[in-house]
Design a binder for this molecule. Structure first.
Ligand code: COA
Ligand code: AMP
Length: 637
């Protein structure tokens, strides 16, 4: 059932990689056969040889037809498509492909009845409930464009996305359930609409019984999502150009304004269909358990689209790795639903290890269906890698990717001929990605030498096709530094067997518990406090979360606020405006911030100081005295 990629049986990684590198247009046109197109493409790629390309320029399809209708038509209607497992509310609900298609088509009908059409943006703000997937797919079914906003973000981040994407509608839940508390979403929605210049025409709310807030408490013009769903007729998938946008997903850059990555329909569908069997070794009918969130790229691709496009079953887990109720939560879910793979972030595995170092919980479950444990989102430290391998006895597969690329850049391809795993490395470049390491002049460095990790243009299908409304930023953020290459923003090295080792970011992006955050965004929130004259946020190493944000604050002249009070107010402000997910707790008041002569804050130097490294003043520093005072004043973490 379903089409098989020409490469899945009997091909070696090297042969597939070489073919994709030598003839990208031809290779990816062959892979287009994995889908059932409305109008099959005659060309794989249009590329101008510079910074602009289009995959499948004359193909037409709708990604939800690939994910839903075709499986029902081909006899998979009764197979589970989505298993919702909520450890938070102690519920499990399974949707077959036929049921999921019905819900998606009905919600698409409701959206159409409320004026949503092809090309319109729709903001989705929901926790890990089935309606989040149904909402995304319903938007896509109309050829409209979803803009999912992670539920851990608060009103200011929602407002930023409202103004950036100017959505016609907002689809929200009334709340999420975290272990210690319910998260009320509707105050954030109301506050965001109040803050934003752009106002949506339609707000539809999924009212969960676990959350007390009701629509009537907020705005009587808001609609009940369930009522709308049942009041409208299902609609067919709208065929769109393969190059039409499917979604915008905001991610952190170096400034306070997030970047809206644009993903297309066709390239993304092909990359999804290809990657599930080849990277994860999952075939139609098998089960994937990706413990992330639909608000992140991992959730978009491997909780929602890719498993369904591949005809697999996706587990949607509302819960934590520990405490819901114990450190066996992931193993319980994987075992109960017979998942063939599990995928989460290193921070989650570290949390399990801290709570259950001897792996007793693993022993409680029948894990025979599980083939491999995948990790991404941040560097998988060798300690955690070895611990996971010992406890599970399964291959531990790190892989490296970004919101921008949409699917893995470097991985161990479990469905081709998987090569030996090496601790500390996510393995080798995925076919379609030509990865290199260059020095600041753009020259390739020797194996083993550290540099900037770059990818030769054009990026493969599924990767970003632009930044929404910001072509110049697309160029300056990713293409300008190394002409002909995409700058990943990560540094690292490649060994003489082509294994890539990712070491960290070269920019001001930090990674807190697998959540990619911009120091600039946090600084903008903190700087709004009247007692703050200036601030710099840096990410400091943290044993559990990978990094934690620490704010260094210079006080406004004449302010007499007590340090403890300022600290409490700033922590509360970040939590309220940005969201608890920043895990922001550390404020230090300093006399000055070390800067270059051109006024750029020396964040990397600051980080070295607070992490206890020996630091000498860089040649570009404005005033070495400020650096010395900073070093004396700050806590070593
Ligand atoms: N909605 C509302 N609040 C949320 C939230 C959400 N979806 N997710 C997290 N938060 C809150 C938490 O409740 C916590 O609040 P607290 O300070 O009151 O305790 C705070 O944000 C910090 O959360 P976090 O650092 O994420 O810790 P956690 O214990 O809630 O979760 C993990 C731990 C490992 C499960 C979580 O960090 C995680 O899933 N990380 C991986 C992210 C990811 O998938 N990245 C993509 C690559 S795989
Ligand atoms: P995001 O866009 O949120 O997926 O975050 C992407 C960033 O997370 C990358 O640029 C890396 O800095 C980091 N990252 C993701 N996966 C890995 C990995 N496997 N190893 C090291 N860093 C990773």
């Amino acid at each position: 059932m379903g089409k098989q990629t020409p490469q899945t049986s009997g091909s070696t990684y090297q042969a597939v990689f070489d073919r994709a590198a030598q003839d990208p247009a031809g290779f990816w046109l062959e892979q287009a056969d994995l889908l059932d197109w409305h109008t099959p493409p005659s060309r794989g790629l249009d590329y101008d040889g510079a910074e602009s390309w289009q995959w499948y320029p004359d193909g037409q399809l709708n990604i939800t037809y690939q994910a839903l209708d075709r499986w029902v038509e081909q006899g998979r209607g009764e197979q589970p498509a989505v298993i919702w497992d909520s450890a938070m509310t102690d519920q499990q609900v399974t949707y077959s492909y036929a049921e999921l298609l019905d819900q998606v088509a009905r919600l698409a009908g409701a959206l159409r009845a409320n004026g949503i059409e092809r090309g319109d943006r729709v903001l989705i703000y929901m926790p890990m409930i089935p309606e989040a997937l149904i909402a995304m797919l319903a938007v896509a079914r109309l050829g409209a464009v979803h803009v999912v906003t992670f539920g851990g973000f608060a009103s200011k981040e929602v407002a930023t996305r409202l103004d950036d994407a100017t959505p016609k509608a907002v689809l929200a839940a009334n709340g999420g359930v975290e272990p210690a508390r319910a998260i009320r979403y509707l105050p954030n929605v109301a506050d965001a609409i109040e803050r934003a210049n752009h106002k949506p025409d339609v707000v539809m709310v999924k009212q969960r019984a676990e959350i007390d807030d009701a629509i009537a408490d907020f705005d009587s013009s808001w609609l009940d999502l369930d009522e709308q769903l049942w009041a409208n007729q299902p609609v067919d998938a709208v065929p769109v150009a393969a190059t039409d946008p499917l979604y915008l997903l905001h991610t952190s850059g170096t400034t306070s304004k997030p970047k809206a990555v644009v993903r297309d329909q066709g390239g993304y569908a092909v990359a999804s269909a290809w990657s599930v069997p080849n990277i994860y070794n999952i075939e139609a009918g098998e089960t994937m358990f990706v413990a992330s969130d639909v608000g992140w790229v991992v959730g978009h691709t491997y909780i929602v689209y890719a498993p369904l496009i591949a005809g697999a079953t996706t587990v949607v887990y509302e819960g934590k790795p520990v405490g819901t109720p114990d450190a066996g939560a992931f193993w319980r879910v994987a075992s109960e639903h017979k998942a063939k793979m599990i995928f989460s972030a290193p921070t989650a595995y570290r949390a399990i290890r801290a709570a259950d170092p001897t792996g007793d919980q693993w022993q409680r479950y029948d894990m025979s269906a599980l083939d491999a444990v995948f990790s991404a989102g941040e560097r998988l430290d060798e300690d955690t890698y070895h611990w996971l391998g010992e406890v599970t006895g399964k291959p531990v597969v790190d892989h490296w990717w970004q919101t921008e690329t949409g699917w893995p850049i470097v991985a161990n391809l479990r469905g081709l001929d998987p090569m030996p795993l090496k601790a500390g490395s996510p393995s080798v470049a995925v076919p379609g990605y030509q990865v290199g390491v260059v020095n600041p002049l753009g020259e390739p460095v020797q194996p083993g030498a550290e540099g900037n990790i770059v990818i030769k243009l054009p990026l493969p299908p599924g990767a970003m096709v632009g930044l929404y409304g910001e072509p110049e930023r697309f160029h300056s953020s990713y293409m300008a530094a190394f002409p002909g290459y995409y700058e990943t923003g990560d540094t690292g090295y490649m060994d003489d067997e082509g294994y890539v080792f990712v070491l960290g970011r070269s920019d001001d992006v930090i990674n807190v518990a697998g959540h990619r955050l911009s120091t600039g965004t946090l600084e903008a929130v903190i700087a709004e406090h009247p007692a703050v004259a200036e601030t710099a946020v840096i990410g400091v190493a943290d044993g559990l979360k990978g990094q934690k944000p620490v704010a260094y604050v210079v006080l406004t002249a004449g302010t007499d606020i007590a340090p403890q009070q300022l600290s409490e107010e700033l922590v509360a402000k970040v939590r309220h405006d940005f969201g608890a997910v920043a895990a922001f707790r550390d404020v230090e008041i300093v006399w000055g911030l070390p800067k270059t002569r051109s006024g750029k804050i020396l964040r990397r130097t600051m980080r070295s100081i607070v992490e206890g490294d020996d630091v000498s003043a860089p040649a570009t520093i404005d005033d070495a005295g400020v650096l010395d005072t900073f070093a004396e004043q700050t806590t070593r973490f």
